[in-house]
Design a binder for this molecule. Sequence first.
Ligand SMILES: [Zn+2]
Length: 109
Amino acid sequence: MGLDLVAIQKHLESERAQLLARAIPPPELAKGDEADLAATAQAREQSRWLENDQKVRLAQIDRVLARLAAGQYGICATCGKPIPSERLEAKPLAILCITCQSQSEKKKK
Ligand SMILES: [Zn+2]
């Protein structure tokens, strides 16, 4: 495999550190008039969405780092077949081969 696992690990660890640095609780929101309240509610929604997104991303990174540590990076977590390196280059967080990925996406729907 032509993958640079050390580079991938470093990249993931730095992204993980960035996510953790950003995952600070939203600042205490100031009291205001109606318009401010509406804007505040929107901002709160947005930050909640961001938090969830960050959590999902962090969980994905942790999962991939664990697989790297276990020497299982690039091996499909479902069928155990190697994931093509072109796929990993495009999607470094992929832990499933294309076949298993599309099957799990079908199940979700
Ligand atoms: Zn698979």
